[in-house]
Design a protein around this ligand. Structure first.
Ligand SMILES: Cc1cc2nc3c(=O)[nH]c(=O)nc-3n(C[C@H](O)[C@H](O)[C@H](O)COP(=O)(O)O)c2cc1C
Length: 184
């Protein structure tokens, strides 16, 4: 069993990254192998919409760091995507990675494997309802290609590391990390 985490915050002591790591801890506690990629350290260019992937069984023609991720994702049983919320949506560092997952979206193909996945979002606003429409929307979109096990939203994280004292949120993250493995 292999679980991969992706995190799209550019800052150190990122709350998003802390939560993705906590989820992976939950997965590894059940015996899963885990790996984390910081998308901000990688060269992932936006999708060029060439549709090469659609006629080549999910193979993307763009030769950048996404090729390593495609390989890892094919081998993985589940994955986690974490992003800070910027102006009500995922960060610009996360978006090219998400668009490039389109390569694997081929209905009725083995490439489109309905793997388990979970989202993590960290936001500064303490109100959990303000952006709930966006989080529900992300779940709906991803349900077309994956089994979205959970969407964890951590609110009121303005400064780096704010989430470290939120033991309930950290525990929830570990439980989701377990769940994506156990519900496989
Ligand atoms: C460019 C930018 C835009 C932001 N937009 C929002 C927003 O729309 N709503 C919100 O609640 N917080 C917003 N924030 C705050 C971040 O979402 C928040 O600090 C988050 O916890 C950062 O996650 P990180 O620690 O993983 O980087 C914004 C921060 C930045 C830098």
């Amino acid at each position: 069993m292999k679980v991969i985490g992706f995190t799209g915050s550019p800052r150190s002591e990122s709350n998003t990254e802390i939560l993705v790591e906590e989820m992976l801890k939950g997965s590894s506690d059940t015996g899963a192998q885990t790996k984390i990629f910081n998308l901000t350290d990688m060269n992932i260019v936006p999708c060029k919409a060439c549709m090469h992937c659609k006629v080549n069984e999910g193979v993307c023609a763009t030769d950048d760091d996404m090729q390593e991720i495609y390989k890892e994702l094919k081998e993985a049983d589940a994955f986690i995507v974490g992003s800070p919320l910027y102006f009500g949506e995922m960060s610009a560092q996360t978006k090219p990675f998400i668009d490039r997952l389109f390569a694997f979206y081929i209905p009725d193909s083995e490439v489109n494997s309905k793997k388990n996945m979970a989202f993590v979002f960290s936001q500064g606003n303490p109100d959990e309802d303000t952006f709930s429409e966006y989080y529900n929307y992300m779940k709906t979109i991803f349900e077309m290609a994956y089994n979205v096990v959970d969407v964890l939203v951590s609110c009121g994280n303005q400064l780096p590391g704010d989430v470290k004292n939120k033991t309930d949120v950290l525990e929830n993250a570990r439980n989701i990390g377990k769940k994506i493995v156990e519900s496989n």
